[in-house]
Design a protein around this ligand. Sequence first.
Ligand SMILES: Nc1ncnc2c1ncn2[C@@H]1O[C@H](COP(=O)(O)OP(=O)(O)OP(=O)(O)O)[C@@H](O)[C@H]1O
Ligand SMILES: [Mg+2]
Length: 605
Amino acid sequence: MHNFKVLMAQIRQYKRSTILTPVFTLLEVLMEILIPYITAALIDQGIEAGNMDRVLHFGGIMLIMAFASLFFGIMSGTFAADASSGFAANLRKTMYGNIQTFSFSNIDKYSTAGLITRMTTDVTNIQNAFMMIIRIAVRAPLMMIISLVMCIMINPNVSVVFLIAIAVLGVVLFGIIGKATTAFRQTFRKYDNLNASIEENVSAIRVVKAFVREDYEDNKFTKAATDLYNRFVRAEKLVVMNMPVMMLVVDFCIVAISWMGAHYIVAGTMTTGELTSLLSYVMNVLFSLMMLSMIFVMITMSAASAQRISEVIEEQPDIVNPENPVMTVRDGSIDFVDVDFAYKRRNVSYDKDGNEVITEEAVSKERSEETLHDITLHIHSGETIGIIGGTGSGKSSMVSLISRLYDVTNGSVSVGGVDVRNYDLDTLRNEVSVVLQQNVLFSGTIMDNLKWGNENATLEDCKEACRLACADEFIDRFPDGYETRITQGGTNVSGGQKQRLCIARALMKKPKVLILDDSTSACDTATDAKIRRAFATKIPGTTKLIIAQRISSVADADRVIILDNGTINAFDTPDNLLKTNKIYAEIYESQQQGSGDFDEAALAD
Ligand SMILES: Nc1ncnc2c1ncn2[C@@H]1O[C@H](COP(=O)(O)OP(=O)(O)OP(=O)(O)O)[C@@H](O)[C@H]1O
Ligand SMILES: [Mg+2]
């Protein structure tokens, strides 16, 4: 129930349409209800009595009412479309807006594919259910009650027949629906899985092809699709049972009422017209009952979607601005004091109705689960720091704490002498520019992508950043230069070109701290060295943290951090490390052996 409340709050400017829909539906129903009543009068007073004037009179009224009913129907349909599409748009906007405030760990919790499914399939489910509810949830009970009253007014004795019919039909319909709802709910869960697998595979299609796994993925998908097909058929089969059952009951009613009615007409206590209108009212009542049962399916089916949407709307970003944020970063010095860090553990379970429940476990205090342990270090403003360590040793995790992509579990991280948790987030992230290990370019021109780092930048600023990142040489070779279009995901530039564009983009902010997470791994060593030389001479005041796999990338750093299994193994100048540190010396040795690198000569000059 709470979930529906959260959703309803998103109707906002579409309240008018949401209310007008049932109002026009009401008018439409009134017309439809009165028509059989007029028909009765037309038959009894006109046809039976042979009075042509009365026939024309009532015929005219019926025509007007039919048109009025058409008009009201169109109006209610229009408003329903407006209300439900608007509602869906609001839901999407609110979700999207909230997702933008998510921290990295909020995103970890849902996964990207999960968020996309929630914003598409789930919203569509809710939109359809909402449309149906505002139109039919009013129409069906209204139709049913008024028709019932009309029937009883015409002939209470005959009405008993279909009161029994309603009871029988009600039990049968809701029995079927109860079963169908369970079937549908299971089906929808499969649907989510299918969606997630489509999103993952289509976006990773290049990897799939590179590994020649098309057949495997294809089989996996076919299996999932077939499974979904079977489940849908099972669920729909139950729902379509509604119609024949309903028709059977209707036919029984018609026979019973005709039989009784014939007796009454012969006895003179009922007119032919009354019998005809009675029969149409009976149809109305039974159809409404069927509609109601369908709405019941819709609501229960959309409950899961409602829950998934309201989760996203209500998710609180766990990294937010402090109350009185510090708005300036003094310098690029960085301090870690007794820092421990662990990623939150994400648990997916299913409640008794089969709905997905995601919970995050409190960060464990166990050392074995910590990604970083007991890190203390001081980096001076303007220093160039190399960071090396085996894969999974926590390099990326460590630097993500500096721009507060994640918060520490214990201890504190400071930039410019102020705890990062006291800064205004935008200020901090503008001054601490990170080139992430998995970086992306956006579709648009190179210029668009660079301006993404700083929207007020001029062409000259962009060119300057590209010179620093050694991106100018290849951009100048493109026929369209800075107006060259980048395709989605940056697939039309090489790996090394993409990395250099990402570095240039990070430089656009003119940050006090620049962090490169394995950002030149795809560049040849000569280019790598050229970029570092440019940094040393052109932006000497900026603190530079360079994570690298190659020793040569950190050999000219002021100091080097060696991370080992989440702890600092050593933090010293490269020369000292070479003499005293076993890990450093070993990596150095092993990489020296591969010194047949074709551009080693270029590096030497
Ligand atoms: N978002 C995340 N959620 C949970 N665990 C994570 C997450 N990111 C990293 N980890 C875990 O944290 C540990 C350290 O990962 P990290 O990415 O910091 O290593 P790294 O030193 O940067 O490695 P690489 O050299 O391969 O980039 C790994 O064991 C990894 O499984
Ligand atoms: Mg990493």
